[in-house]
Design a protein around this ligand. Structure first.
Ligand code: HAS
Ligand code: CU
Length: 572
């Protein structure tokens, strides 16, 4: 088909985006709902093990003998806590959230909607496959599964499927994005759709590292005894390097969905506007560039990596801090616009006029405040020399409970406070309880992480240790341990409230008074963002080039000199 243009020439007809109907949304929303249900369920079990650990550390309760019928050791509990919370909850939530938000932002149905269903099934099979060995104490390797510790093969196979499933969510987004782009060559991609797609691309670049580790090293070694061939052996340093290629950008896979909400949804929840939409795009492109070439900041203490490479990754780490600093200023400006529109005055008094009464808003704003401390802690970790003072101490769990445990998780709770009513058509059970939940999480994490930061810094208390039964337990630690128990108690109340709110919202069919939908903040300046902030090739090629430059020479050397002398061992 062709159309006559007013100049008389004949131009090929441009395909038009099909309208997004309720029927299209129905399938996407169901898949989103399943993802969220699995994520929340995983979090409920993972959080419980967190409580046990914290109480054990503070000698309040030696819970492990009691738990013998369920789990065998402290380390099995720690593996379940880390894997279920940091990997399963986050990945399922993010895939659900993106499945929901992407099409709404693009205002076009998925090109291949069944892909999202397939993705969910693959992820679920992966989760169940990995869960069996974890529950049977055959994969007590913690969430970083450092070799030469070696888990049952099913653990690695399950993780692989989980990652492949999340890739399929990404493919579904790419196909749809590409179709939309062909239908709308002159329009700027809507911010939420673009930012979610960048996050998925970042994730796929990141997971290449861990895919290499699992497919070429861990899985063959774990399968060897089962299939009856000699184990090829492991090189721990090579594996740690491949792991942290993945491990650091993983944290931005957790953070960027929260940033999408802070930039493009949260202002709308308090009558604000996006202070600068172009700047928000720039931030996401910068994350694509700088997220991966920084992994050696987790390996400052590893021998065998020359200092110059650690130094280069340190510089890039400060580079990746920069888009977060931009975020801090621009997101606050977006919220301030809202608070002033609501009658806020003064230099700081406007803060009181933010939409604190809405639990979805309050949870996310509180998450942002905790991230100030989490982010500053990150910059401290990143400093090569200072890192040596805090590495492998409880300072590090202090840091990541403020980041993944607060900036991400508390934001995700906030998102669920509008999204679950939208998905179920039921009223939130109840806004008051949800507000209490957000504040108890805020104070719980504040006390808990302050205590762990201090213990690590002042006394070098080691992380990943059953401190309660350590012979060197020192009564000097008591004040912080008491503070941590106060935090854990608040967190226990908060987590219980959260699961109750989710369950009762789902089960009680109280009809919504007014319809709820995805909040989308309008930009302050309606002018479209410049073209270069909507163009993939410079950023994507730049990201690939930086990964090659920052990892290529070192990986070449590590592979060339690899000695696979270490056999997999079971230390638990
Ligand atoms: Fe990290 C270790 C460095 C961010 C997670 N990190 C970890 C581990 C985890 C983790 C899980 O360089 C442990 C890994 C393990 O098991 O061994 N991290 C950083 C740096 C940043 C950073 C430089 N981390 C994160 C995020 C995470 C996360 C985000 C999860 C989501 N991290 C490290 C290093 C280590 C490390 C080392 C290794 C430690 C070791 O020795 O093992 C940066 O991205 C941080 C930049 C952030 C900021 C803050 C910006 C603030 C904002 C909020 C604004 C809000 C306002 C409030 C102003 C600069 C955006 C408004 C209020 C109103 C009322 C309006
Ligand atoms: Cu990192």
């Amino acid at each position: 088909m062709s159309v006559q243009t007013f100049t008389g020439s004949v131009a090929p007809a441009r395909p038009v985006s099909p309208p997004l109907t309720a029927q299209h949304l129905h399938l996407a929303d169901r898949v989103a709902g399943w993802n969220i249900a699995v994520g929340v369920l995983a979090l409920s079990i993972g959080a419980l093990f967190g409580v046990f650990q914290g109480l054990e550390h503070a000698k309040v309760l030696d819970i492990y003998p009691w738990l013998q019928p369920v789990i065998k050791t402290y380390y099995q509990g720690l593996t379940l806590h880390g894997a279920l919370n940091a990997v399963v909850w986050t990945t399922f939530f993010i895939c659900g959230f993106f499945t929901f938000a992407f099409v709404r932002s693009l205002n076009r149905p998925y090109l291949y909607p069944k892909l999202n269903v397939i993705a969910f099934v693959v992820m679920l099979v992966g989760l169940l496959t990995a869960a069996v060995p974890m529950l049977m104490n055959n994969a007590t390797v913690l969430y970083t599964f450092y070799p030469p510790m070696l888990a049952d093969w099913a653990f690695y196979a399950g993780l692989t499927l989980l990652v492949i499933g999340s890739w399929i969510v990404g493919y579904s987004m790419y196909f749809t994005y590409y179709a939309w782009r062909k239908e709308n060559p002159d329009r700027r991609a809507p911010f939420i759709a673009l930012a979610a797609t960048i996050t998925m691309v970042l994730w796929q670049i990141a997971t290449l590292g861990v895919a290499g580790e699992i497919l070429f090293q861990l899985l063959p070694n774990a399968l060897a005894p089962v299939l009856g061939f000699p184990a090829p052996g492991l090189d721990p340093l090579l594996n740690r390097t491949l792991f942290w290629w993945f491990g650091h950008p993983l944290v931005y896979f957790w953070l960027l969905p929260a940033y999408i909400s802070w930039y493009a949804m949260l202002p709308a929840q308090t009558h604000g506007k996006m202070f600068s939409e172009p700047l928000a795009r720039l931030v996401f492109w910068l994350f694509l560039l700088f997220s991966t070439p920084v992994g050696f900041h987790h390996q400052y203490a590893d021998p065998g990596i020359p200092e110059i490479w650690k130094y280069i990754h340190m510089i890039f780490t400060f580079g990746v801090g920069f888009p977060s600093l931009l975020t801090a200023f621009t997101v606050v400006a977006s919220l301030e616009i809202g608070a002033r529109a609501r009658g806020g005055k003064g230099y700081l008094a406007w803060i009181g006029r933010l939409n604190w009464g809405d639990p979805s808003y309050a949870a996310q704003n509180l998450a942002m405040i905790l991230f100030i401390f989490g982010g500053i802690g990150g910059m401290i970790n990143a400093s090569y020399n200072v890192n040596l003072a805090v590495h492998n101490t409880t300072w590090v769990p202090g840091h990541f409970h403020l980041t993944v445990g607060s900036a991400s998780t508390l934001t995700f709770f906030g998102i669920l406070y509008w999204m679950v009513p939208r998905l179920t058509g039921h009223k939130l059970f109840t806004p008051l309880l949800a507000r209490i939940q957000a504040w108890t999480w805020f104070f719980g994490m504040l006390f808990f992480s302050n205590a762990y930061h201090t213990l690590g810094l002042l006394f070098s208390v080691p992380r990943r240790t059953a401190l309660g039964s350590a012979p060197y337990y020192d009564s000097q630690w008591n004040p912080q341990m008491i503070e941590s128990v106060l935090g854990i108690s608040l967190l226990t109340v908060s987590a219980t409230l959260f699961f109750a709110i989710m369950l009762f919202t789902l089960l009680l069919p109280r009809k919504l008074d007014k319809p709820v939908d995805m909040p989308v903040a309008q930009p302050l300046d309606p002018k479209p963002a410049p073209q270069w902030l909507d163009t993939w090739w410079p950023w994507l090629n730049g990201a690939i080039a930086l990964v090659l430059l920052s990892y290529g020479p070192m990986l070449y050397q590590l592979i060339r000199d690899a000695e696979f002398w270490s056999r997999g061992i079971r230390v638990w």
